[in-house]
Design a binder for this molecule. Structure first.
Ligand code: GLN
Length: 311
C-alpha cells in the first residue's frame, strides 16, 4: 500500500536527514556550493492528482544530470532509435559519471550510455534546431508540457558557473569530435552553452515528481490523458534509469531500492514507480559517487516501508 499522508513522509524525512552530515554539497560547479547541506525535501505525485510532500517544497533546484533522461526522450522522439544508438551505447559503467577513460580504451569511441556525461553531451548535440536558443526552447517546451507549468526556466547563475568551469566536459566533446561521434561542424562552445543551460533548468520537487509520474505512466500524463512520450521511448528511458540512473551506484540502488530513478549533482532525484506515482527529492549533500546521500536513504525507507521495488 503506497504512502497515504504527508505526515508519514515527514517522519521518514527526519530519519533520513540524519545522514546529510555524512555527505558534501557539490562545489566543482561553484554556484552549487551555496546549497544548505542539511536540506531534504520530497514530493510524491499520484495519477489522480493527489500530492504528498515533506520539507521545503517551494525550493527550486537545478536538474543537472536528471535533465539527461529528458533530453534522451526528446532526441529519441526526434531522431529514432537507430540514429541515437548509432552514437551512444546502452551499457552501464563502473566509472564515475564524468570519466573520460573508456572513450580512449574502447573501440569504437562510443560513450557507454546516454546518462554519463560523454553520452549526454552526444545526445544534447542531437537536439534539433538552428540555434542554441531554438534548441534550448524545444527542450524547455517539452519539460513545460510534462510539468504542465509554462513558467519553468533555467538558473542563469548556475548555467554561467558551469559554463565557465566545465573544462572536463569540453575535453569530452573534443575527444568525441575527433572520433566522429559528434558532427564535424559541432561548435563545442555552443554545445556547452546548450548543455549548461539544460543542466541549469530549475523547478521544485513537485514539478520533478510530476515528470517522474509521466515516466511512471509509460509516457502518459494521467491528468490530461495525453501521451506526451511514446510508450517505447518511456520504456527505454526507465530502463536506463534502472541500469545507469545513479551513475556507478546503479546496481546497489536496484538491489536495495528497485525504483527507476535519476539523480543529479544538485542533490535532486526523480523517481518513477511504474504504474503508481512519481517522486521528486531534493537533498544537496552528496555521497562520494555524486548521489544525494539522504535522498537515497529516504528512497530506501520508502521502498522498504511500502514494498515499492519492481523486482
Ligand atoms: N552539469 C553536470 C556536469 O556535467 C551534471 C552532472 C551530474 O549531475 N552528475 O558535470
Amino acid at each position: 500500500m503506497p504512502c497515504q499522508s504527508s505526515d508519514e513522509l515527514k517522519i521518514l524525512v527526519e530519519e533520513a536527514r540524519i545522514c546529510t552530515k555524512n555527505g558534501k554539497v557539490a562545489n566543482y560547479i561553484p554556484a552549487l556550493g551555496k546549497a544548505k547541506a542539511n536540506d531534504l525535501s520530497i514530493a510524491i505525485h499520484y495519477p489522480d492528482g493527489r500530492c504528498l510532500s515533506a520539507g521545503n517544497i517551494e525550493k527550486k533546484i537545478t536538474l543537472q544530470s536528471i535533465s539527461k533522461v529528458i533530453s534522451l526522450a526528446l532526441v529519441l522522439m526526434d531522431r529514432g532509435l537507430d540514429d541515437v544508438f548509432g552514437h551512444v551505447g546502452m551499457e552501464p559503467t563502473g566509472d564515475p559519471f564524468n570519466s573520460i577513460v573508456k572513450l580512449e580504451t574502447m573501440a569504437p569511441t562510443k560513450p557507454l550510455n546516454p546518462l554519463i556525461n560523454a553520452g549526454a553531451l552526444v545526445v544534447t548535440n542531437m537536439i534539433k534546431g538552428n540555434t542554441v536558443e531554438e534548441r534550448f526552447l524545444r527542450l524547455l517546451s517539452f519539460i513545460r508540457e510534462m510539468t504542465n507549468d509554462s513558467t519553468i526556466g533555467y538558473c542563469e547563475e548556475v548555467a554561467r558557473s558551469e559554463f565557465e568551469t566545465s573544462h572536463l566536459n569540453r575535453a569530452l566533446c573534443y575527444f568525441l569530435k575527433q572520433h566522429n561521434m559528434m558532427a564535424e561542424n559541432t561548435d563545442v562552445e555552443q554545445l556547452m552553452d546548450l548543455y549548461t543551460k539544460q543542466c541549469a533548468i530549475e523547478m521544485n520537487c513537485l514539478d520533478l515528481a510530476r515528470i517522474g509520474l509521466v515516466f511512471a505512466m509509460d509516457g502518459v500524463d494521467p491528468l490530461s490523458g495525453k501521451q506526451i512520450i511514446p510508450t517505447d521511448v518511456a520504456r527505454i528511458c526507465k530502463t536506463f534509469m534502472v541500469t545507469c540512473g545513479m551513475y556507478n551506484a546503479s546496481g546497489e540502488f536496484a538491489i536495495k531500492i528497485g525504483i527507476p530513478a535519476k539523480s543529479g549533482v544538485s542533490g535532486g532525484i526523480m523517481g518513477a514507480v511504474p504504474g503508481k506515482f512519481g517522486i521528486g527529492i531534493f537533498g544537496p549533500a552528496l555521497d562520494e559517487k555524486g548521489n544525494s546521500i539522504a535522498g537515497i536513504k529516504l528512497l530506501e525507507l520508502l521502498s522498504k516501508n511500502y514494498q515499492l521495488s519492481m523486482f
